[in-house]
Design a protein around this ligand. Sequence first.
Ligand code: NAG
Ligand code: NAG
Ligand code: NAG
Ligand code: NAG
Ligand code: NAG
Length: 511
Amino acid sequence: MYLLLPLGFLWGVGSSAYQTEGAWDKDGKGPSIWDAFTHKKGKVFMNETADSSCEGYYKVKDDIQLLKELKVNHYLLSISWPRIMPTGIKKEQVNEKGIKFYNDTINSLLENKIIPIVTLYHWDLPQVLQEKYGGWQNISMISYFNDYANLCFEKFGDRVKYWITFNNPWVKGYETGEHAPGLKLSGIGAYKAAHHIIKTHAKVWHSYNKTWRSKQQGMVGISLTSAWGEPVDLTSQKDIEAAERYVQFYLGWFANPIYSGDYPEVMKNYVGRKSAQQGLGMSRLPTFSVQEKSYIKGTSDFLGLSHFTTRYIIQKNYSALKGPSYHTDRDLVELVDPKWPDPGSKWLYSVPWGFRRLLNFIKTQYGNPLIYVTENGVSEKLQCIQLCDEWRIEYLKGYINELLKAINDGVNVKGYTVWSLLDKFEWNKGYSERFGLYHVDFKKGNKPRYPKASVHYYKMIISANGFPNPREVNPLTTHMEMVTEIVVPTVFTLCILISAILLMFLLRKHN
Ligand SMILES: *[C@@H]1O[C@H](CO)[C@@H](O)[C@H](O)[C@H]1NC(C)=O
Ligand SMILES: *[C@@H]1O[C@H](CO)[C@@H](O)[C@H](O)[C@H]1NC(C)=O
Ligand SMILES: *[C@@H]1O[C@H](CO)[C@@H](O)[C@H](O)[C@H]1NC(C)=O
Ligand SMILES: *[C@@H]1O[C@H](CO)[C@@H](O)[C@H](O)[C@H]1NC(C)=O
Ligand SMILES: *[C@@H]1O[C@H](CO)[C@@H](O)[C@H](O)[C@H]1NC(C)=O
């Protein structure tokens, strides 16, 4: 589909603090739960850490050159909470060096005409808050985070107009323990942490609305991750319902409170029933009071969407006796088509059509909200020596094509972010998966960056503001096609004229 987008559509790339900055204990930064988690052995592939990672802390100028090279409109970055508040608590300590670092980064982006989109929380909770108070298990995080967010609005909000409170708050670290803080509170911990995160998001949105919006005129949203769930058997009502349940448990868990005031009905029903079968007095899914529902509803100026892949879904009942678990609460099984390309990560199959369906689902479920795609991209597993990431070009082509179709369907998407600028630390997968448009040589001390082929491809999309008309790419074809364009209609018109004259002659003869 060759289609250009309206002017003002934002094309960009993203990154996050913990995954790229390094300098984990420099210039007064406090440790985060990810520093503590990676410093324990046996948690991350090859026991890697992000202590130095891409050394992004020291390479802001270099990385902005890469952004200029790509000609992006925006750069999505996150602020490390413990870098500017080492213990997470404002009244205990504010780290001026940390503030200066982000202030300078934001200024450099703006000097280069790159719009900063800033995430306040991309998983790196200050470790002190985890140790002392249990992190997101504790309701008191709301006020600590709100203080932090307000400090960011105060210091940077005159220049930052796009804020994201939380990136992908799906808190695996409280469910399976695969992520920091590494707690295995299956079926309980994640629901509770998410409940507090949703309330925190709402609190921060209200703070902005009340204190900062009139002066700063920016927007505050949240960034949610979801795959698309497609029923295996489109004629089976059970599969159709199971596929919808999959998306409701994934995206709706957070989006429904924010857009409609409460958890999805299906989630309340399923977790409630399983909890009762497990002999619990109340549902493991917490409830919002009437006041909380109306306080939370409508607290997003835009929806940030992270999307990577799709699953086929079938219904399957799990016995409640197996114990509480988010996964079995859903009564479904996720499947993949072995024909789908899976270039890198095991979970990441390229299924572009799922993207359009998810975007349309959001449009109908949440009243056609303003959307910025905050993460979309693909990894590679093998070391790609020639920097020849053709499958990434194929992935981006397919997904951007479906994005354009969704925009044609009337979905209100105003920006798209490739995940990610650089190869970086991939959480419990260490450095074994590479998402970057730029290759990073982690073996060398200064972590040099090299452009992959996808840099040139994405650059072309950005400069054309969509898929360029093939004629505009190759000047020779332009010439030839223009000739055809003129000749064909002319010959065609001549034929019609001649036929008309002949017909007139014939008619006259008959008369
Ligand atoms: C990681 O640490 C664990 C625990 O100390 C150890 O058993 C394992 O061999 C380490 N792996 C590597 C690749 O060093
Ligand atoms: C941040 O940058 C702005 C704009 O240059 C400047 O006015 C302000 O003083 C800076 N603040 C800090 C803490 O560096
Ligand atoms: C929650 O945090 C507060 C401090 O804000 C602390 O006093 C309280 O003990 C914490 N609760 C738990 C269960 O850790
Ligand atoms: C947001 O702020 C505006 C202006 O102060 C106010 O009119 C509006 O009621 C606020 N919205 C909410 C939901 O509180
Ligand atoms: C699965 O559970 C649902 C809801 O409780 C029930 O209606 C259905 O009959 C069950 N299916 C099977 C095969 O047990």
